[in-house]
Design a protein around this ligand. Sequence first.
Ligand SMILES: Nc1ncnc2c1ncn2[C@@H]1O[C@H](COP(=O)(O)OP(=O)(O)O)[C@@H](O)[C@H]1O
Ligand SMILES: [Mg+2]
Length: 239
Amino acid sequence: MAKPELAGHARTMQALERIIASKGIRLAPPLDEEDHSHSGAQAWRHEARASYALNRWRAATPPRFQDAQTTIPEVAAWADTTLAEPGSAGALLLTGLTGTGKTHEAYGALRRIAAGGPDRYELVAMNSADMYGHLRPTKEVGAMEDRLRRLSQVQYLLLDDLGTTKVSEWTEEITYRLINHRYNHCLPTIITSNLPARDANGPDLTDFVGDRVASRLAEMVSTLVPMVGVDRRRGRGAA
Ligand SMILES: Nc1ncnc2c1ncn2[C@@H]1O[C@H](COP(=O)(O)OP(=O)(O)O)[C@@H](O)[C@H]1O
Ligand SMILES: [Mg+2]
């Protein structure tokens, strides 16, 4: 005969399982019910980490780029190195004219890392114009410092469209503090820019970020991909 408190316990457990399942969380299968082998447990943990990371990636990715996948081998290789050795991957810099697919590749790279099942996955993706807006000093003392600290310390940062805003001493200082922290702590960073990394005859990224940041970027960027091709947005519009 089932004791009343045991029946109550079973009901509580069932209710908890329903709540956990409704939040999309999967619990580890009990060892005596599922594959006992080491590789089975490893495969399960890998799948659970990938599923967690991909959920975070989806939450940080705008609707337009929800299907993004890397198409450039160097970008895929950077993502694979970052997954294997986050501390030595350096930065990925995607340059090129508007519509060449920089943002798409950037989100694709971050998705590839997530799908690889990293131990941790924390991501902030921001357009640089939005970032400067977000960091503009407010009356609230310390709020801007907290925001800058978050961007500086987050595990993966995508800084999209660097160089599209007007340069000022203030933007240079913010960029310096952000990049300097990520450089010192060897944190994986993706930067996209409409400006070429270097151009002796016209404006380049160095003109925008200033010499101190350019020198750090030169060392930090392990993969530079100048993207070429037609503006995909216009191509589609004309079709
Ligand atoms: N490899 C790709 N496959 C499919 N669509 C792409 C690809 N690369 C870019 N796009 C699409 O083309 C458009 C422009 O790409 P985007 O990454 O925004 O360019 P950029 O950041 O260089 O201005 C977007 O709508 C994007 O979704
Ligand atoms: Mg873009």
